[in-house]
Write a protein that binds this ligand. Structure first.
Ligand SMILES: [Zn+2]
Length: 256
């Protein structure tokens, strides 16, 4: 299954405003005062977009027709790396929890489009320096291993600054609930020596959210959890050495 099918089949209604309210409020108060027009790239089901639309002139872009059904602002169905709009059309280009989902090629094209369409500001939010391998699932049918929320990469401030190197960083901060990092060396041991059914315990992702679709073979299954003492020992070791971090990283850039 390609990514396109994956995001059409995604349960967009499961993203609810209440869960994201603190984040939406933080976004609103962080927008520079001279912004009137906003382009929201990778708007998903519009939880943030629709609130932005009450305060600004907003255009939203997503490649999922299913996701766009929830969006109440101007909207365009388009891939983020090839947006059919004129250069420098928006005071601010906003993109929240998009970049971590993109393959290398699409990421490169998307960053180019964000820069091309922004007249002045770029506002990015991503998970804060997470280790996406923390939430690995193995498909029981084809053995493909993938990250549960489809995160392909992670960013810290240094990486974001490198992506937008010709821009000036005017504000950045981390925000949100504290989530524990997973040490890559311990994770390697876990992957090698323990069964995949023990990798994600129920206190990381609860039973109601365990339904998943393999991005490789489209197998829909429930990611069962089975206790394993070695996994638990490794997870405990990780708790002792890995810090908890705020879940999100926000960065606002200005064209120089
Ligand atoms: Zn599979």
């Amino acid at each position: 299954m390609d990514n396109k099918t994956f995001y059409e089949k995604f349960d967009w209604a499961s993203f609810k405003y209440d869960a994201l309210k603190p984040k939406v409020e933080k976004v609103l108060i962080s927008i520079p005062e001279d912004v009137n027009t906003i382009l929201d790239v990778g708007c998903g089901n519009g939880i943030i977009t629709n609130v932005l639309g009450q305060n600004f002139e907003v255009t939203a872009v997503d490649r999922s027709a299913e996701a766009l059904k929830f969006v109440e602002t101007n909207k365009i169905k388009s891939s983020a790396d090839n947006i059919p709009l004129e250069s420098n059309s928006f005071d601010m280009v906003f993109s929240s929890e998009l970049l971590e989902h993109l393959t290398e090629n699409v990421l490169e094209g998307t960053v180019k489009e964000i820069k091309r369409l922004s007249k002045k500001y770029i506002f990015i939010t991503v998970p804060n320096d997470e280790n996406p391998d923390k939430l690995l699932i193995k498909c029981p049918k084809c053995n493909y291993i993938y990250n549960s929320p489809s995160h392909l990469r992670s960013f810290d401030l240094k990486k974001l600054k490198a992506l937008f190197a010709e821009y000036k960083l005017i504000n950045s901060f981390t925000f949100g609930k504290k989530v524990r990092y997973y040490n890559p060396a311990i994770l390697k041991l876990k992957r090698k020596f323990t069964p995949s059914t023990s990798w994600i315990p129920y206190f990381w992702i609860d039973k109601s959210k365990r339904k998943t679709t393999c991005p490789k073979c489209e197998n829909e299954f429930e990611n069962e959890y089975k206790f394993n003492p070695i996994t638990t020992a490794l997870d405990t070791l990780n708790v002792l050495i890995s810090p908890k971090k705020d879940y999100w990283l926000f960065a606002i850039f200005e064209k120089e």
